[in-house]
Design a protein around this ligand. Structure first.
Ligand code: UDP
Length: 234
């Protein structure tokens, strides 16, 4: 399948590399180099980052969930500012949009502005998730993908696809080349959370799951060559 406009989700951990927390510049630069090749080839790229390298809303029982989720959303804003700067240092044009005002640091999300920027070859970062507590960046990526009419959502994960059971626990786990979102839900396989799955299903947005550690994996997936699993949403 040939992609034109794609959303790439990078989990917080994907930015931290071996360190597991904070940032690993070499790891993020390796992502930037791959994204640049795809952008130079005419592919429009939107990025959503998680926040797990700093904070998860469920990190503390002592803190009100709404406030904890606000910290999580702000963590994704910091992540997008960081990744955007590395992308710029590799020669890409970037823009960061948020669903809430963050002073002069980001722009408020607008579909029209996002699409115009993407069409000009600017990588658009959708930071701050949905802007609401009790949601995840999975839901943020699904929502924005629907809004900007993305062809596909790419999930760079620590596993190289969707398996019928956990490959880390079961050596006989079988990887799917293709599977529908409905079957993912029926089999209770975790690709994205339930809310995000429903948005993808209703809006017919397929997802691709591949390994973050595959050489040139992000570039290949952005170009439509997925070495992993395609989750269909027909
Ligand atoms: N979050 C939120 N609403 C959103 C998106 C994110 O409240 O729309 C918060 C939530 O607390 C979440 C945190 O931000 O735990 C970080 O996002 P996520 O856990 O999805 O990041 P990842 O695990 O992918 O790094």
């Amino acid at each position: 399948m040939k992609n034109k406009r794609v959303m790439l989700k990078l989990s917080g951990e994907a930015l931290a590399g071996e360190k597991k927390t904070g940032y690993d510049e070499d790891t993020v630069r390796a992502v930037a180099v791959q994204v640049k090749k795809a952008v130079d080839a005419g592919i429009e790229v939107g990025i959503v980052t998680g926040g797990g390298n700093f904070w998860r809303g469920r990190s503390s029982k002592a803190i009100d969930r709404t406030k904890a989720d606000q910290i999580g959303m702000l963590a994704t804003v910091m992540n997008c500012i960081y990744v955007s700067e590395i992308f710029r240092s590799e020669g890409m044009k970037t823009k960061i949009m948020t669903p809430f005002a963050v002073g002069a640091m980001t722009e408020l999300f607008s579909k029209d502005k996002a699409v115009r920027a993407l069409e000009k070859g600017t990588v658009v970062f959708f930071a701050g998730g949905t802007g609401h507590p009790f949601f995840s960046t999975d839901t943020g990526v699904a929502l924005r993908a629907a809004e900007i009419d993305a062809d596909m959502i790419l999930l760079a994960k620590s596993v190289d696809g969707v398996y019928d059971s956990d490959p880390k626990k079961n050596p006989d786990a079988k990887r799917f080349d293709r599977i529908s979102i409905q079957e993912v839900l029926d089999r209770k396989l975790e690709v994205v959370d339930l809310t995000a799955s429903v948005i993808c299903m209703e809006n017919h947005i397929p997802l691709a799951v591949f390994s973050l550690n595959e050489k040139d994996g992000i570039e290949n997936a952005l170009r439509g060559k997925v070495n992993g699993t395609i989750v269909t949403a027909d």
